[in-house]
Design a protein around this ligand. Structure first.
Ligand SMILES: Nc1nc2c(c(=O)[nH]1)N[C@H]1C(S)=C(S)[C@@H](COP(=O)(O)OP(=O)(O)OC[C@H]3O[C@@H](n4cnc5c(=O)[nH]c(N)nc54)[C@H](O)[C@@H]3O)O[C@H]1N2
Ligand SMILES: Nc1nc2c(c(=O)[nH]1)N[C@H]1C(S)=C(S)[C@@H](COP(=O)(O)OP(=O)(O)OC[C@H]3O[C@@H](n4cnc5c(=O)[nH]c(N)nc54)[C@H](O)[C@@H]3O)O[C@H]1N2
Ligand SMILES: [Mo]
Length: 727
């Protein structure tokens, strides 16, 4: 049966199903209610107010993926025997879902090229070998990649270890995610994160939701959008796909919404993939023409607005319509909604950042917000909807190639030494350097670098040229079997709610939470912090520079963070005070910006031509289903898009006809980078004609290594494909 709304009773039923896997509802409920920050997205939940409580103190707040993540962590350990009977070649063919379901990692594992199997090794042996390889490695031939699941403490500590070791090749998954938001916002308002609080969002009278599918990926945001709608506010969705849950959502914790459903979008516009920039400029053109811009605000608080106005006026409607795929009338109607709003929030995700013009997309969103004075007052502003639960914190505490000036200077002063000043590489550049044999060692704190990369075959080749890779993980993923180095170590770590001592995380609203940790569910894994400290103690270059033994205590690491990271001073005492806090200087309720003259900057852009318009071509987006979390797949089906499997390419019925294909026909999808066979064509009327949808990470073999020049975020959306029938 076709699913016509997001959330609802299905979500509740799912909770009961999942609780059986977790050993009972009570056990799962206790785990979910423990005082730990939610493990999944960066919307922020839990912490000292207890699990399932949001930043406004509202209970119960829960979503399917937070249950999935919890149940995955509650799995038993993979048995040591498993590794004797399952070869790497065999496990290479396991799907992400099969790998995840094998259970928790509980012993350090080693794989050496030429052998068939991973072998369990003791912690002592693993750490000793890792340190001795690092001791024989030139620091600039090593790189450190961090996922956004780890704590601030582990992130800070490992990046410090990398610097003391001598490398700045330190980066995090943000380079594949919201880096374009950080760079775009920084260049516009001098600050790289959301300008608002959760309550600002709920009090807005208009929300623009651009290039995101929060019904699946940030389901708790739907409660906020419901509040906006109930107060008579507008929700404008800009997305090439009509996503079921953005049309109607049944919020399980709200009886009225659960029974009758809540209509989310008041306006739903479907541009072509990559057409947003033209669309946003089209709205700007309308606002200029109708005199809806706030000239006083522009004059007092913005630089570059004259050029912006001139650019908007100079664009032709023909260019705007062709490059966005949206008609002038529709664009005018959106401009009208915005012109009538007094408190507007602009929110966006990967549909905006995953393009070679990602930064320009973000800048033009900021332009729109600024031109009507919607940044720098309550209940209005800019809101990148961040991904991983602590991706923002990881960036704040220094997991970036070059450290913020303030952190760099304070660290040098406090440690009385010189930190490396070499140019650090971003994530994609590290993979390319590995491919060019310029790297020997990669250390990965969480994540799945292989699985999240564009051009998977190239990524595997690059990673396999390393002498050693070290991966700190909780469960298995495809990166443990593809692109293996001469020697690969997998180190099992504790999840956030199993840590022996409290750790902290930062939400996308710049709120720092304290997670209590909890009893370890398994024998064997160590805390991330302990592993880092252990390696630190053994590294020749680093051991004399800091007391690494003390660095296994999160309290000690927090003292460091508090004394060197801007806005984070309150973290030093949080272990004792338990007082969670808002990072200072990041929320803008006044229009004074952290730029040299306190004014925001507006930017102008040429509009990129629409890709994939030649005969036989389509534009592809690679996206998530609601049954996965990034490279971890929990369910093969995509309920909301009514798909029973992931080996599919979704195209509009008119394109099925245009290419003389049949629904369910097997095809090969091709790009200049790669091809993927055995894919089923699905006729999917929700997607705008001329565009196609496939699932990440399976489709990553198709994705070129083309990145936005200023943020270095790859274009995971907007890829030109051709579809070839298989006979
Ligand atoms: N359940 C679940 N939740 C998650 C994750 C997960 O994998 N699963 N991942 C987490 C992470 S790390 C992140 S970054 C976020 C990601 O959250 P999203 O950004 O919502 O994730 P995507 O699946 O990449 O979805 C992109 C959406 O953008 C639309 N889109 C694609 N191309 C374009 C375009 O050119 N223009 C516009 N306007 N729209 C476009 C797609 O139709 C889709 O609805 O979610 C986080 N939360
Ligand atoms: N084609 C395509 N590619 C994409 C995207 C896309 O939309 N399309 N999206 C991009 C985006 S937005 C992102 S963020 C990246 C995702 O990139 P990553 O963050 O690198 O990948 P994940 O799949 O989230 O990582 C999952 C692994 O993290 C480990 N893990 C989970 N919890 C913990 C923990 O507490 N500690 C530690 N140490 N490990 C833990 C588990 O072992 C799990 O296998 O992928 C990017 N790649
Ligand atoms: Mo992400």
């Amino acid at each position: 049966m076709k699913v016509r709304s997001g959330g609802g009773f299905r979500a509740i039923k799912y909770t009961f199903q999942k609780s059986r896997e977790a050993g009972g509802l009570l056990k799962l409920y206790r785990a979910m209610r423990s005082r730990n920050a939610c493990k999944t997205c960066a919307l922020g939940m839990g912490g000292q107010k207890g699990g399932m409580v949001n930043e406004r103190g509202k209970f119960p707040e829960v979503c399917k993926k937070s249950l999935q993540a919890m149940v995955a962590d509650m799995q038993p350990a993979i048995s040591p025997d498993f590794w004797r009977t399952h070869s790497v070649d065999e496990l290479k063919h396991y799907s992400p879902r099969q790998l995840e379901k094998l259970g928790r990692l509980s012993q350090p594992l080693r794989f050496q090229k030429g052998k068939k199997y991973y072998e369990p090794v003791g912690w002592e042996e693993a750490l000793h070998s890792i340190a001795s390889q690092l001791n024989h490695t030139a620091p600039d031939r090593s790189f450190f990649y961090f996922s956004g699941r780890s704590s601030n403490e582990a992130g800070f500590s490992l990046q410090l270890l990398a610097r003391l070791f001598g490398t700045n090749h330190v980066n995090n998954c943000s380079y594949y995610c919201h880096q374009a938001s950080g760079v775009g916002l920084q260049s516009s308002i001098g600050s790289g994160t959301a300008t608002i609080l959760l309550e600002d969002l709920e009090n807005a009278d208009c929300v623009f939701l651009i290039g995101g599918n929060p019904a699946s990926n940030h389901p708790r945001l739907m409660t906020s959008l419901m509040h906006v709608r109930r107060r008579g506010g507008k929700v404008v969705v800009i997305n090439p796909v009509r996503e079921t849950g953005l049309v109607k959502f049944r919020i399980p914790s709200d009886p009225r919404s659960l029974l009758f459903g809540t209509k989310i979008a008041t306006h739903y516009v479907r541009p072509h993939i990559g057409g947003d920039l033209a669309l946003l400029w089209g709205i700007a053109k309308c606002l200029n023409a109708s005199g809806a811009v706030d000239l006083d605000f522009l004059n007092n608080h913005c630089n570059g607005y004259e050029q912006w106005m001139e650019s908007a006026r100079g664009l032709s409607w023909e260019e705007i319509e062709n490059k966005s795929g949206v008609s002038r009338e529709e664009i005018e109607s959106l401009a009208d909604v915005y012109a009538k709003s007094n408190r507007c929030v602009f929110a966006w995700t990967m549909g905006i950042t995953h393009h070679t013009h990602g930064v320009q997309n973000v800048q033009s969103i900021a332009n729109l917000a600024l031109c009507r004075g919607m940044v720098g007052k309550p209940s209005a502003g800019l809101m990148p909807i961040r991904g991983h639960s602590n991706v923002q914190g990881i960036g704040s505490v220094g997991v970036t190639p070059s450290l913020k000036k303030a952190i760099f200077e304070e660290l040098e002063k406090k440690l009385s030494l010189e930190l490396p000043t070499m140019q650090g590489k971003d994530t994609l550049a590290c993979i390319e350097a590995a491919h060019d044999k310029e790297m020997d060692v990669g250390v990965f704190l969480g994540g799945n670098l292989y699985g999240s990369n564009p051009d998977s075959s190239y990524a595997a080749e690059g990673l396999s040229r390393l002498k050693m890779s070290v991966m700190l993980n909780t469960t298995l993923n495809t990166g443990h079997f593809h692109g293996l180095a001469e020697e690969t170590y997998i180190l099992p770590v504790l999840a956030r709610d199993e840590e022996p001592a409290p750790t902290t995380q930062e939400s996308m609203f710049n709120f720092v939470r304290l997670s209590d940790g909890g009893p370890s569910r398994l024998m064997g894994p160590k805390s991330e912090l302990e592993v880092v400290a252990n390696i630190g103690c053994r590294l020749e270059g680093t051991q004399s520079k800091i007391d690494w033994e003390s660095m296994s205590s999160p309290d000690r690491v927090r003292q460091w963070i508090g004394s060197v990271v801007p806005g984070y001073s309150q973290i030093s005492g949080i272990g004792e005070s338990k007082k969670e806090f808002q990072i200072s200087g990041r929320t803008f309720h006044q229009p004074t910006f952290p730029t040299p003259d306190g004014k925001a900057q507006m930017h102008v852009h040429p509009l990129p031509s629409l890709k994939g318009t030649s005969a036989g071509e389509l534009r592809l987006m690679t996206v998530r289903s609601e049954g996965q979390f990034n490279t971890v797949v929990y369910e093969e089906e995509d309920l909301y898009r009514n798909q029973d499997g992931r080996d599919v390419v979704l195209i509009n019925p008119s394109d099925v006809e245009r290419f003389q294909l049949q629904h369910n026909q097997r095809v090969t999808v091709k790009t200049d980078t790669g091809s993927l066979g055995g894919i089923r064509v699905r006729s999917f009327e929700e997607i705008r004609a001329g565009n196609a949808l496939m699932y990440y990470p399976e489709a990553n073999v198709l994705i070129p290594r083309q990145a936005d020049p200023s943020s270095r975020t790859p274009a995971f959306k907007g890829i030109v494909i051709k579809i070839q029938p298989e006979t």
